[in-house]
Design a protein around this ligand. Structure first.
Ligand SMILES: NC(=O)c1ccc[n+]([C@@H]2O[C@H](COP(=O)([O-])OP(=O)(O)OC[C@H]3O[C@@H](n4cnc5c(N)ncnc54)[C@H](OP(=O)(O)O)[C@@H]3O)[C@@H](O)[C@H]2O)c1
Length: 270
């Protein structure tokens, strides 16, 4: 079996370990690195997975999944470069970091796969997009897709689209949270207690998401089905159109894409 090491077991690293365990991966094929001994002990207790130092992770694992914050990457890359002596598959979950950054620093021929996950990974409902670097083979990409399938859905995109993906599915959950927050505020304005308003809106969001994902309808058809002539929904839709909500969402996602490009550019000369 392939041994997998998660480097940096914070929120995303733990979510991945948890998903891999739930998907039935043997505990002895999983390892993680972590700076704080108490946190490491807690994770070993929770998942039965071994905590190791980075050098041992490199020695024992064929797949190294980097899940540290982008600002911590330089130290991790320097250590990886020191210890990698044979072909490894390095999988980066770090937002905005190009595969070229890893390839420049790591030994020639190291396979790198870049992943943009999102926070619903914490509940096994991630949307992740993967892109292969210069030395990533089809089998590397297939393996990463298989691993990520244990914590949600996966699509493959050219690396040039990763900034757009960051804006769409990376930041996407935040936009849905923002909409839910605004709709709960509307409930408060209309005199509904906060807890009730939250329950009404959150379950409506879950139901709408399930219809979008599991039904065979297009979003336009689903919306039209609840928009009756002279009804309540169309009165609300007119206000959304008047306030330019559609254009605001398009602009917001474009701004997020532009910011991702800017942040990536900061690493170009690294
Ligand atoms: N959370 C998200 O929504 C999200 C979405 C998409 C992508 N990502 C990406 O996922 C990565 C992880 O994000 P996160 O939210 O899980 O961050 P996090 O909770 O801060 O986790 C990072 C973990 O790595 C540890 N770490 C840092 N340097 C290390 C080293 N040299 N050796 C061992 N452990 C080390 C950190 O320890 P300390 O606590 O000591 O710093 C922390 O436990 C980031 O690159 C981020 O861009 C996150």
């Amino acid at each position: 079996m392939t041994t997998i090491a998660v480097l940096g077991a914070g929120k995303i690293g733990e979510a991945l370990l948890s998903g891999l365990c739930s998907a039935g991966r043997a505990r002895e094929d999983l390892l993680f690195t972590e700076r704080h001994p108490e946190r490491a002990a807690e994770l070993t207790e929770r998942y039965g997975v071994g905590h190791v130092g980075l050098a041992e992770a490199v020695r024992r694992a064929e797949v190294l999944i980097v899940a540290v914050k982008p600002q911590d990457i330089d130290a991790v890359l320097a250590e990886l470069a020191e210890h990698i002596t044979e072909r490894k598959l390095v999988v980066s979950l770090c937002a905005g970091l190009p595969t070229a950054l890893f390839e420049r620093t790591l030994p020639r021929g190291t396979a790198v796969v870049r992943v943009m996950p999102n926070t619903p990974m914490l509940v096994g409902e991630a949307m992740a997009a993967v892109s292969g670097g210069a030395h990533a083979a089809e089998s590397d990409l297939a393996l990463v897709e298989e691993l990520l399938a244990s914590v949600g859905k996966v699509v493959r995109v050219p690396e040039g689209q990763q900034d757009a993906v960051t804006a769409l599915s990376g930041s996407g959950p935040a936009y849905f949270f923002y909409l839910v927050e605004a709709m709960i505020d509307a409930g408060i304005l209309l005199g509904i207690p906060r807890a009730t308003a939250a329950e009404l809106i959150v379950q409506s969001a879950v139901g709408a998401a399930a219809m979008l994902r599991d039904g065979d309808g297009h979003p336009v058809m689903l919306r039209e089905a609840v928009t009756s002539p002279a009804g309540t929904t169309i009165a609300g839709i007119r206000e959304l159109e008047k306030h330019g909500v559609r254009a605001a969402l398009i602009d917001a996602i474009e701004a997020a894409r532009n910011r991702s490009v800017e942040l990536g550019a900061a690493h170009e000369g690294d």
